[in-house]
Design a protein around this ligand. Structure first.
Ligand SMILES: Cc1cc2nc3c(=O)[nH]c(=O)nc-3n(C[C@H](O)[C@H](O)[C@H](O)COP(=O)(O)O)c2cc1C
Length: 358
């Protein structure tokens, strides 16, 4: 005997417009029930998402999940994401028994959702704190009287890591022929991460995970260096007060104070090829560029703040960071999730290219 499907249990019924979700919330309230809200991209749904959402659901009588639209994911994570379109992401999240309802939001932040549906509880991943939440979102939720709950993330579950594993396992496509269709800019789309690298000077409040900083430093130390002398050293400016203090002393980088992290790239004159400052500088510059390109590839924004050769800036950093005599600070790289967009571009000029002779 076959049983006919129960339309009531169709996950699609849980995907609501904002107006429908508002009406549903009003009914919940009328029944004296509480609502927890969380938000995210939920791109490539994994065990960590499922655990997180189940824990979020334990915080109230019902759980509403606000899902970033495709445009919204692209704005925050770069043009390679999302991997799964918004309707499919919403359907998968709605398929979880612990999820009561789903809405898709189009703006970079879900402020319209919070305004329309002020929840009793707001749930966010443990990589955030109340201090690092977006200020506008925090203010709206605070005003609504929401309780904030931060749920530790499950170790080893990350879409970015999964994507990386899949990409590493697949044959090297960079050696194949150039694709017939170039990007809209006429630049080779395979070099996108180079053309998209622009100086980013405004950042979201969202922190940069330690693991990403580690990735950036591995990229830095993959740079070429003269006779592989690797003269570089890196000082991570993890402390908010330290970054604010240095920003106040640097005429060229007030935004260092607002960046969630930064790296000082230094070189050791004793270690540089021929103990030459010129070799030290070119080696460190290669490492700096690797960090900037790696940051772009990971969806982060970064800016090179010039330190060397200005004596007042190198002296200030030497003192502030307790740098030994032979260590020369070359640059500070500010880092964070971008809060400004720049067009991909090159500044290539035919007049700068010479063939065989100048
Ligand atoms: C050696 C060097 C020093 C720089 N110093 C600063 C700086 O102190 N402050 C800043 O805002 N940008 C700084 N920049 C970033 C440049 O202004 C930026 O790269 C340039 O305007 C080109 O723009 P783009 O990076 O968006 O392509 C520096 C870049 C280099 C290579």
């Amino acid at each position: 005997m076959t049983t006919s499907p129960n339309p009531e249990s169709d996950p699609a019924r849980k995907i609501l417009t904002l107006a429908q979700a508002q009406a549903w919330h009003a009914q919940l309230r009328a029944a004296g029930k509480s609502l927890a809200v969380t938000n995210g991209a939920f791109d490539l749904l994994h065990r960590g998402h499922a655990t997180y959402l189940w824990q979020a659901a334990q915080q109230a009588d019902a759980l509403l999940v606000a899902i970033n639209s495709d445009a919204s994911v692209q704005a925050s994570k770069g043009p390679d994401r999302p991997l799964v379109n918004e309707n499919d992401r919403a359907y998968l999240v709605a398929s979880l028994a612990c999820v009561s309802a789903v809405v898709i939001f189009n703006d970079p932040k879900p402020v319209d959702v919070f305004k329309a549906i002020p929840p009793e509880v707001y749930v966010k991943g443990g990589d955030y704190t109340e201090d690092s939440l977006d200020r506008e979102e925090h203010a709206i939720l605070r005003q609504a009287g929401a309780r904030f709950v931060f749920i530790p993330l499950v170790d080893g579950c990350s879409t970015t890591a999964t994507v990386r594993r899949i990409r590493e396992a697949r044959p090297d496509q960079t050696r194949s022929d150039r694709p017939a269709a170039a990007s809209a800019t006429g630049l080779n789309p395979r070099l996108d991460f180079i053309f998209r690298r622009r100086s980013v000077r405004r950042y979201q409040l969202r922190p940069v995970a330690e693991a990403m900083v580690t990735d950036l430093l591995q990229a830095a130390m993959a740079a070429p260096s003269a006779r592989a002398c690797d003269p570089w050293h890196f000082v991570i400016l993890a402390d908010d007060a330290l970054r604010a203090d240095l920003a106040a002393k640097l005429p060229n980088g007030p935004f260092l104070a607002d960046a969630p992290t930064a790296i000082v790239v230094c070189g050791d004159l004793q270690k540089a090829n021929a103990q030459s400052e010129s070799f030290l500088l070119v080696d460190c510059a290669a490492a700096i560029e690797n960090i900037l390109l790696a940051a772009t590839a990971l969806g982060l924004g970064a800016c090179w703040l010039g330190i060397h050769p200005r004596p007042e800036r190198t002296a200030m950093l030497r003192q502030a960071l307790n740098l030994p005599e032979s260590i020369i600070p070359v640059a500070i790289i500010t880092l964070g999730w971008p809060a400004e967009d720049h067009e991909p571009r090159t500044r290539a000029k035919a007049a700068r290219i010479h063939r065989n002779t100048f």
